[in-house]
Design a protein. Structure first.
Length: 126
């Protein structure tokens, strides 16, 4: 699995590209590190591109734990609201993204899942 961090300095968001097989532990490890990156200060919204990912090893329990971890991190950083757009045109990853969106409803992380890349970027840029 590869997780590519692309800071996009001229945009209001950064990009994470998920490529290949992804599992719960890889998601946790990546996000434990991502919000401490100097390129994200101040913290920016995220465009999470999972269009090239195999997410069959990501569990609902893992997504719930990730949502809780990010909620705790955002709260400790004083973030009141920050967008995450999840992009995938495929059904199975789209469904997992929607599960994550539900788990994030009480969080400062505002999650939306998109099948259209341009609409995701438009939402992040509003």
């Amino acid at each position: 699995m590869t997780l590519q961090f692309l800071p996009e300095p001229d945009k209001p968001y950064f990009v994470t590209r998920f490529i290949g097989e992804v599992d719960d532990s890889q998601l946790f490890e990546y996000y434990r590190q991502v919000y401490t990156r100097p390129e994200l200060q101040p913290v920016k919204a995220e465009f999470a591109d999972i269009s090239e990912a195999d997410v069959t090893r990501v569990s609902a329990t893992g997504l719930a734990g990730l949502a809780a971890m990010i909620e705790e991190d955002f709260t400790s950083l004083g973030i009141e609201s920050l967008k995450t757009a999840v992009y995938t045109p495929d059904d199975m990853p789209f469904g997992l993204g929607r599960i994550y969106q539900v788990w994030s409803e009480s969080s400062p992380e505002l999650v939306r899942v998109f099948r259209d890349r341009d609409k995701a970027i438009e939402w992040l840029s509003e």
